[in-house]
Design a protein around this ligand. Structure first.
Ligand code: HEM
Length: 169
């Protein structure tokens, strides 16, 4: 029993000592931009889940407003990848980043208008456009290779294609 308690105490001490390392690692690997992106992602997922529910219209509009706020904040930040570049390469990267965020803001406004005017079909198209924009922009910028929040876009509810029938049937 004594040995067991000693092992437990040692393990507890080790985790306490390791804590500052974890915190430092997290601060180094996550940027302010990352936080804004995660926030956009979170709001976007919720919008995707509830935009068809008219009873939640006010809440959906508030989520879209949050997306806009975080996208505007993101635009003021420098992507970590840009900080590692210099000269023309850096200018080009930052210009692409701004162009894509501006396109995102345009789509977010269109989504807001669609929800405000109860145009569910238009809202769905906007949600799909934002998903596509996210994918194309991340590809263009070489980011988003696989964070914990990656998954199917909110409206990817299309049923899987059934397997092809064997020949002769
Ligand atoms: C269309 C304009 C967009 C641009 C220019 C953009 C740009 C970026 C950049 C530069 C990063 C890397 C941040 C870092 O290294 O710390 C990033 C990460 C991320 N973005 Fe975006 N993004 C866009 C749209 C979106 C959208 C619409 C979503 C969600 C709906 C989103 C979700 C995320 C997430 C979750 C990450 C973190 C991914 C990871 O670290 O693996 N982004 N984005």
């Amino acid at each position: 029993m004594k040995t067991f308690l000693r092992v437990v105490c040692r393990l507890a001490l080790l985790s306490i000592l390791a804590l500052p390392c974890n915190v430092l690692w997290a601060q180094e690997s996550e940027s302010a931009l990352h936080d804004e992106m995660e926030a956009i992602n979170h709001n976007f997922r919720l919008v995707g889940r509830q935009y068809t529910d008219s009873a939640q219209k006010a809440s959906t509009l508030s989520l879209v407003a949050d997306m806009q706020k975080h996208a505007e904040k993101a635009r003021t930040l420098t992507p970590p990848k840009a900080e590692k570049l210099t000269g023309d390469d850096q200018t080009k990267y930052v210009d692409t980043f701004h162009k894509d965020i501006d396109a995102l803001l345009t789509e977010i406004k269109a989504l807001q208008q669609a929800i405000a005017s109860d145009k569910t079909d238009v809202a769905k198209a906007e949600i799909d456009r934002i998903s596509q924009l996210k994918a194309s922009s991340h590809k263009e910028l070489g980011v988003g290779g696989g964070g914990k929040h990656h998954g199917p876009p909110p409206t990817s509810a299309a049923p899987p294609t059934p397997p092809a029938a064997p020949p002769g049937q």
